[in-house]
Ligand binder design. Sequence first.
Ligand code: ATP
Ligand code: MG
Length: 467
Amino acid sequence: MSYLVSPDSRGLLSYGRVYVFQAEFVLNNSGTKKNVRPIIIPRPSHNVSRDEISRSALKVLYRLHKSGFQAFLVGGGVRDALLGLHPKDFDIATDAHPEEIRALFSNCRLIGRRFRLAHIRFGREIIEVATFRAATDGSEKHVDVEHDHEGRILRDNVYGSIDEDVWRRDFTCNALYYNIADFSIWDYVGGVKDVERRKLVLIGDPDTRLREDPVRMLRAIRFAGKLDFEIDDSVQQSMIRNRELLSNVPAARLFDEFLKMFQAGHAGKTFELLRKFDLFRLLFPETDAEINEDEQFLEFVRMALANTDGRVAQDKSVTPMFLLGVFLWAPVRKHAEQLRAKENMSVVQSLSMASFEISGLQQSRVSIPRRFTTPMREMLAMQPRFDVRRGKRALRLLEHRRFRAAYDFMMLRAKCGDFDKELAEFWTEVQSQGAEQRAQSFDLHSKSTSSRRRRPRKRKNPGTGQT
Ligand code: ATP
Ligand code: MG
């Protein structure tokens, strides 16, 4: 790749014909290091082109720059462009304070307490602009920085310069700054080299950095899955030592991370890595317990993940409720059986109740908004209805507003032997049939089904099925 750098015998790095001294630095625990000068890679020596940056992000960068502020593209936008991937998400870092940013953009909203950020909206695209922050190592008592007793950062709103901002970023590959003033890249931490080596290296002492924010463990896994990078050994060891700290992270924050891990096209690989580091258990404990006992369920989960990745690759829509339903399916089914053993309930009722209770339990780890849990419960409770292929009620299933998702779910079950294959085919075929053909398929004209239909619909004791 054209941007690659290589040290020569003098320890100098060459970027095309430009020679620069490699930044040498020894970091203290938090990664903070003052007076470090970045390697500046001029435009002709790297491959980050403005064509790869969205027009909205460019607008924001130029407006900040023209107003006298520093403006850099940072994070995934630079990393992915270097890798020749087409970045979709653009983060901007600047020395302008949030209020100053708001004054420049009428479409700007300030968000966040933990980190105060500016969101600038262009139609459906949001450009996130962060003011440079000073790094803290936990020992300094800043007015607007707060840690919990494990060292987790609760609030971090002390503004600083780019020289300070760089140390609080997570991985070296995420700490590259593209300067809109001259299109150069500023690299303080050897990030370009690590992109080239495809290594995820935490800035500073891994234990401190993971204690500050245990979500960085999930980010390591997410980037390893997405970029096909190797997690540096020092980070791997630290993840093993610190994994239990993930339980301290608020469930609400983990839903966002769940979406990024499982809906970005690399869910399969992410899942295997989460299991390898025993982090999946901390996110989905009920699912993890079932997976370890039930090979068929593990297969089901893997197929669903592959299916989701396939859909993302084809630009088809994906909904988190489907995967959540997959994750919770075995625990819900088990719990439904227990409910039926205790009380007189129909299979559908027990599944609905069980999915309510199991998703409630799940909320304490990864909070799931109700707009996803409600359809998920419906989708799971509909499953036994696919067992019935005769009569009007069976026919009506085709009109159900959740039919599509429930059908896809059932097909996946059939694929891994959890549902009768021939019956699955029946449900596929009837979808393309006309009214008369359907009447035959569902046996609507036969006496036995029509007499069954005469049963009064509302009885005090549902469950008996007798007239
Ligand atoms: P992508 O957008 O592809 O998911 P990204 O690296 O841009 O990857 P974002 O979550 O958009 O990730 O964050 C932007 C940048 O902010 C990161 O590259 C990193 O420098 C910094 N950052 C984000 N989250 C953290 C964190 N938890 N700890 C430290 N730095 C972080
Ligand atoms: Mg990003």
